[in-house]
Design a protein around this ligand. Structure first.
Ligand code: GLP
Length: 244
């Protein structure tokens, strides 16, 4: 779905999310969202906050699971995705505190495997993800599932590609401070979502969008594995669509 701008595309995604939240509210049911970080979803979160403040959209029945977090990192560090989510969404809407989940970058290393299994179990116990929001890395990563990630992978600790560390270095004082590891929901966990909305804005995303949509479905381009998802849509702007 091609929009004239990132703002217009984000508004369309916000409308779909708001409609599902309201539908579930009317039926007294929960709505489970999978959320992403990075620059891509910033307009979406701003629009959801606006819908909350100006149009009374409530998040009381919403449960969220974020895709990923650097490891190790303190939750209040400037670059932490825990902090990002509070600053861009959770602090500005009425979501109950126990309802949002972002992977914890302070877990002891020998506890990570257990922690990741619990994260996946918690998603299942919540009834599975209704709508999964994704951005896309320049190398096609979704969450922090770098090329080579298995289509059935679960939440786990992964080693970041050097290209990803370089792309994200602007968030840190210098390259050596970019973490080498991250906790990410797996591709298998993402594939289980009932609906997947991947957003991409700007000309720097056009090549990887083309490879993901028109190329072979391969674990070398993790986003291309979404071709195998039954209910997935790429919501992009004209610049990101330029190579299609
Ligand atoms: C980051 C995140 C991804 C995100 C991607 C793109 O490393 N882990 O979830 O989709 O890279 O980032 P941006 O939205 O800033 O282009």
């Amino acid at each position: 779905e091609i929009h004239s701008s990132a703002k217009e595309g984000s508004k369309a995604v916000a409308q779909e999310i708001a409609a599902l939240i309201r539908e579930r509210q009317a039926a007294n049911q929960k709505c489970v969202l999978g959320l992403a970080t990075g620059s891509t979803p910033k307009f979406l979160y701003a629009e959801l906050v606006r819908l909350h403040k100006e149009e009374g959209l409530s998040f009381k029945n919403v449960i969220t699971f974020n895709l990923d977090e650097y490891y190790p990192i303190e939750p209040d560090a400037l670059q932490s995705y825990n902090r990002f989510m509070k600053e861009h969404l959770f602090n500005h809407v009425d979501i109950p505190e126990g309802n949002y989940n972002v992977p914890d970058g302070t877990i002891q290393k020998d506890q990570i495997k257990k922690y990741c299994e619990q994260y996946d179990r918690k998603i299942e116990e919540a009834g599975g993800i209704d709508i999964q929001i994704l951005g896309i890395g320049n190398n096609g990563h979704i969450g922090f599932n770098e090329p080579g990630s298995n289509i059935n992978s679960h939440t786990r600790l992964i080693t970041l590609d050097n290209s990803t560390r370089l792309a994200n270095a602007y968030e840190f004082p210098n390259m050596s401070q970019v973490p080498r590891l991250a906790i990410t929901m797996g591709i298998g966990s993402i594939m289980k979502a009932k609906r997947v909305l991947l957003m991409a804005w700007g000309s720097h995303k056009s090549k990887i969008v083309r490879r993901s949509v028109e190329g072979q479905s391969t674990d070398q381009v993790p986003a291309s594995l979404l071709q195998q998802h039954a209910n997935c849509k790429f919501v992009i702007d004209e610049q990101a669509a330029a190579d299609l």
